[in-house]
Design a protein around this ligand. Structure first.
Ligand code: HEC
Ligand code: HEC
Ligand code: HEC
Ligand code: HEC
Ligand code: HEC
Length: 166
């Protein structure tokens, strides 16, 4: 009897996994040191991705915005909310916020945002519907060579090993 009950539970879990509801919670990312929400900023307040991640236009890295940029708004906006008081504290003490990485390719892979943005690829293609995410989480597994190479083939971009391993 005990065993049958176990098997039943495992089967239910498997079904939930396949349906994408069970198995941990894919809808949440790492708990960040400040409760920053893309849904509030990029969604509800329609702040452009590149206002905060301007690096994509020039460099390999998109970059994470500095507290100075945050304080440009938050000196006034929601200034008395507890999370913003903490934000101001780190800014005044010049302590960087230790944001946790969400996407991180292994070091032997070379990636550069700039050529992708220059070809008009939307952030959404690789990062999903970020503007709906309260806690940012990966939409696709970026550390997947087949995914990179397939899109390169479809777009006549280089598939030489040296392009991504240099
Ligand atoms: C262009 C303006 C702007 C910038 C830049 C900005 N924010 Fe905001 N932020 C807002 C607005 C607007 C809200 C919503 C405020 C409200 O609903 O009262 C908000 C809300 C928040 C909240 C939720 C506050 C609460 O508890 O209700 C946090 C936390 C926050 N921002 C952190 C940050 C951080 C960290 C940065 C820098 C990485 C940043 N913000 C940059 C405009 C901005
Ligand atoms: C107000 C500033 C702000 C805006 C606007 C904003 N972001 Fe962010 N973004 C951040 C901050 C701060 C982090 C680090 C904290 C986190 O991961 O939630 C971050 C993290 C990220 C990351 C993950 C970084 C990693 O570790 O891999 C991605 C991807 C990202 N943003 C994409 C976007 C996209 C796409 C948009 C537009 C739809 C956008 N962001 C709009 C501030 C912003
Ligand atoms: C062709 C796919 C692709 C597109 C398009 C893309 N990204 Fe990324 N993004 C990546 C990959 C891959 C990484 C991980 C890079 C690494 O770990 O070295 C990344 C990392 C990031 C990070 C983490 C911090 C950093 O500098 O690496 C942020 C923030 C980010 N992207 C924002 C954006 C924004 C905003 C856009 C649109 C303007 C965008 N990305 C478009 C693939 C893409
Ligand atoms: C959605 C399609 C798409 C995806 C996914 C994608 N790329 Fe690209 N990639 C392109 C396009 C298009 C170009 C631009 C080619 C050009 O302008 O010649 C490009 C260019 C590049 C370049 C610059 C090539 C050069 O000749 O300078 C590098 C490096 C690169 N991609 C790495 C990656 C890596 C690593 C991944 C996976 C993590 C990836 N790309 C995922 C479409 C994609
Ligand atoms: C468009 C980008 C791109 C190109 C072109 C590319 N790779 Fe990769 N490669 C990746 C990414 C991204 C990973 C990381 C995947 C992972 O961590 O599983 C990777 C991983 C690898 C690995 C490690 C695999 C593992 O399981 O740890 C090897 C070996 C490799 N690539 C060899 C090659 C060779 C050989 C070529 C040329 C025929 C090539 N790659 C072309 C993006 C690329």
């Amino acid at each position: 009897m005990m065993q049958q009950e176990m098997i039943r539970r495992v089967l239910i879990l498997l079904v939930l996994c396949v349906a994408g509801i069970g198995c941990g919670s894919p809808e949440s990312g790492p708990r960040q040191p400040i409760a920053f929400s893309h849904k509030i900023h990029a969604g509800q307040n329609k702040i452009a991705c590149q206002y905060c991640h301007g690096g994509v236009r020039r460099t390999a890295a998109a970059g994470i915005p500095s507290q100075r940029l945050c304080m440009g708004c938050h000196k006034l906006v929601a200034a008395n909310k507890p999370e913003i008081i903490r934000l101001r504290g780190t800014f005044e003490k010049k302590e960087p916020i230790p944001w946790l990485r969400v996407n991180d390719l292994p070091d032997f892979v070379y990636f550069n945002h700039y050529p992708h943005i220059a070809r008009g690829l939307a952030c959404k293609k690789c990062h999903g519907d970020v503007e709906t995410m309260t806690e940012l989480h990966p939409a696709v597994n970026l550390a997947d060579m087949a995914w990179c190479v397939d899109c390169h083939r479809q777009n006549q971009a280089s598939v030489d090993c040296y392009t991504c391993h240099r």
